[in-house]
Design a protein around this ligand. Structure first.
Ligand code: SAH
Length: 263
C-alpha cells in the first residue's frame, strides 16, 4: 500500500477528502520520455502539487547480461526483435516490490491487440489506486510474460505506434484530468464527449461574429433551458452523423464493449 495519504481537493463535494495519491508506474526502455507532455498544463501542475505521482522505470535495469540486452529474435523467425519475458517479468516484480507501491493496481500492457480504450474504462481506472503500465517496443513482448504477470492489453486505436510510451501518455493524461482537484471546473468532465454516450455539442466564444459567422442566437438568449435543449439536440445530431456506433451501444445499455472479439 502507498503509505502517503495526501489531502486532495474534492471538487465534486466542495470538501477536502483524504485519498491515496494516484500513482502511475511506467516500465519503458525510454524513461527520459517522461513526464514529457504530462509535465505541462493541467496534468503538470497537478503532478507538481502532488495530486498524482509518476514514476518511469527503465526496463533495461533488469537486464542480466554484459550487453544489458532486453530483446531477442522472434522464435519461429520473422523480422524485428521481441522483448524478453524474463527481463520484463523482473522489471514488473521490481516495480511492485518498491516501497509504498500499491500491489492491487491494474497492470496494463499497451498493445494494438488490446481492448480499445474508451472513456468509461478511463473513469474506472482513474477511480482506482493508479496503474502499472508496460510499454512495448520493437515487435512487442513475449506472450508468456503477458500471461504470467496477468497484463491486461490496452489499445489506443487501430493503428500501430513504434512504442507504447505515447499510448501510455494518452491513457495517463485521460485518467489524471479526472482526478479530484485537477480540472478547474468539475462540471466540464460531466458534460464532455462520451460522458453520456454522446459526442459533445459545438462550442463558441468571442468574438460574437467571426468572418461573417455569428454565434447561434440561442446561446446568447440567456435561457438556460433552451440552451440545454439545443445542446442536447446538437450532441445527438453530431453523434448520429459521425459515430452511430455510440448511439447503438447507448440504446443497448452497453457503455463499454468487454472485448472486440465478443462484441
Ligand atoms: N508487432 C506488433 C506491433 C508492435 S508496435 C503488432 O503487430 O501487434 C511496438 C509497441 O508499440 C507495442 O508493443 C505497443 O506497446 C505499442 N503500440 C503500438 N501501437 C499501439 C496501439 N495502437 N495501442 C497501444 N500500444 C501500441
Amino acid at each position: 500500500m502507498d503509505t502517503r495519504v495526501e489531502p486532495a481537493y474534492d471538487g465534486r463535494s466542495n470538501s477536502v477528502a483524504f485519498r491515496m495519491t494516484w500513482r502511475a508506474t511506467v516500465l519503458t526502455l525510454f524513461p527520459e520520455m517522461f513526464p514529457g507532455p504530462l509535465g505541462v498544463s493541467l496534468a503538470g501542475k497537478a503532478l507538481a502539487s502532488g495530486l498524482w505521482a509518476l514514476e518511469a522505470r527503465d526496463i533495461r535495469d533488469s537486464a542480466t547480461d554484459r550487453h544489458r540486452s532486453v530483446d531477442d529474435t522472434p522464435a519461429g523467425g520473422g523480422p524485428g526483435m521481441v522483448l524478453r519475458a524474463d527481463v520484463l517479468a523482473d522489471a514488473i516484480d521490481a516495480a511492485d516490490a518498491a516501497p509504498g507501491r500499491p500491489k492491487d493496481r491494474p497492470r496494463l500492457l499497451m498493445s494494438p491487440r488490446g481492448r480499445p480504450l474508451n472513456q468509461s474504462w478511463v473513469v474506472e481506472l482513474a477511480a482506482g489506486p493508479g496503474l502499472l503500465i508496460v510499454c512495448g517496443r520493437f515487435e512487442g513482448v513475449d506472450q508468456r510474460v503477458i500471461e504470467a504477470r496477468r497484463l491486461e492489453e490496452v489499445s489506443v486505436g487501430d493503428y500501430v505506434l513504434s512504442g507504447g510510451e505515447i499510448a501510455a501518455m494518452a491513457l495517463i493524461d485521460a485518467c489524471v484530468r479526472l482526478l479530484p482537484g485537477v480540472m478547474g471546473k468539475p462540471a466540464s468532465g460531466a458534460e464532455e464527449s462520451f460522458s453520456d454516450g454522446l459526442l459533445e455539442y459545438p462550442q463558441f466564444t468571442r468574438p460574437q461574429e467571426f468572418e461573417g459567422r455569428p454565434i447561434p442566437e440561442i446561446l446568447l438568449s440567456g435561457d438556460h433551458a433552451r440552451v440545454a435543449a439545443w445542446r442536447r439536440a446538437e450532441a445527438e445530431a453530431v453523434t448520429l452523423a459521425r459515430r452511430p456506433d455510440l448511439l447503438i451501444a447507448r440504446t443497448k445499455g452497453q457503455k463499454r464493449p468487454k472485448n472486440t472479439t465478443e462484441g
